[in-house]
Design a protein around this ligand. Structure first.
Ligand code: AP5
Ligand code: MG
Length: 192
């Protein structure tokens, strides 16, 4: 399975992706997690990403496209992968398509978690209070939601036009959403 999991900040991508990837025996690739790890280790990518992540803005496409290209070339991606938080711009979606075409591969599923903004805000503020993730401060969350509307919403349209997008309701218990997701992956649209 080669899966893209879309959804706004706080939609539950990371929560759900971990379980789906574990069950499918494929790596869970979270570009947000990769950026936070790079920032913590002070790598060149981390140095470039830091200001953007702290401000709730997107890391530039050229950086992200290269990071994902390198990650997907690793051996553990041979049986498939689950991308969480990528692509986030139409340019990234195009680059992913080109990369997979080069490798003679295609995505098998594109699933979007749909969650209204008031629920997103509540979840992220709660996590900010609990875990102290710096981009979960109220003003940074607002920026992340704005960036999502402007730059990532069109990615859903990109896949919807290709006929490969499945939208599922991301409100409910973690278990309920896991079951909806499992059903969507079983009845996926096939090769987008
Ligand atoms: P990233 O880490 O991807 O952040 P995000 O998508 O903005 O938001 P989250 O990861 O916080 O949300 P999620 O959907 O994973 O939800 P989660 O499961 O955690 O990106 C961070 C930054 O990195 C970006 O802002 C950008 O700067 C940079 N970046 C990353 N990818 C990039 C790209 N491709 N291009 C450019 N820049 C990029 O859940 C959230 C909370 O809700 C948790 O506390 C969880 O426990 C709770 N929760 C989950 N499900 C439920 C439920 N069903 N009910 C109640 N609570 C729930
Ligand atoms: Mg996440």
């Amino acid at each position: 399975m080669r899966i893209v999991l879309l959804g706004p900040p706080g939609a539950g991508k990371g929560t759900q992706a971990a379980e789906v990837a574990r069950r499918a025996g494929i790596p869970h690739i979270s570009t947000g997690h990769m950026m936070r790890a790079a920032i913590q280790s002070g790598t060149p990518v981390g140095e470039r990403a830091k200001g953007f992540v702290d401000a709730g803005r997107l890391v530039p496409d050229d950086v992200m496209i290269e990071v994902v290209r390198e990650r997907l070339a690793q051996d553990d991606c041979a049986p498939g992968f689950l991308l969480d938080g990528y692509p986030r711009t139409v340019a990234q979606a195009g680059a992913l398509k080109n990369l997979l075409t080069e490798l003679d591969l295609a995505l098998t599923h594109v699933v979007e978690l749909v969650v209204p903004n008031d629920v997103l805000l509540e979840r992220l503020l709660e996590r900010g209070a609990r875990e102290g993730r710096s981009d979960d401060a109220a003003e940074v969350i607002a920026e992340r939601l704005k960036v999502y509307e402007e730059l990532t919403r069109p990615v859903s349209a990109f896949y919807a036009e290709a006929g490969s997008l499945v939208r599922i309701d991301g409100v409910g218990t973690i278990q309920e959403i896991q079951e909806r997701l499992a059903a969507a992956l079983e009845n996926g649209p096939g090769e987008p």
